[in-house]
Ligand binder design. Structure first.
Ligand SMILES: [Zn+2]
Length: 76
């Protein structure tokens, strides 16, 4: 359920933006995210933006070194 007392909600967890300040255009909102091509993908709080289950768009401008190179895994 969305809390309609607030203007904006995270698309991942539906958490409201408690600052509740109208932002126009919405792409200037602090939670506004865009894909690698700069196309607006929605409002996602910082937590959901870091959650690959919730935020499924490309984030090429945020290179994640955990997915690069080889991982040392002596147990395998
Ligand atoms: Zn969220």
């Amino acid at each position: 359920m969305l809390d309609n007392d607030y203007l904006y909600h995270c698309r991942g967890c539906e958490k409201p933006d408690k600052d509740n300040q109208r932002v126009s255009p919405i792409s200037y909102h602090m939670w506004a995210r865009a894909d690698a091509y700069g196309i607006y993908t929605g409002l996602y709080c910082d937590k959901c933006y870091d959650d690959k289950e919730k935020y499924t768009y490309r984030k090429d401008n945020y290179y994640d070194p955990a997915y690069a190179g080889e991982r040392m895994n002596p147990d395998e």
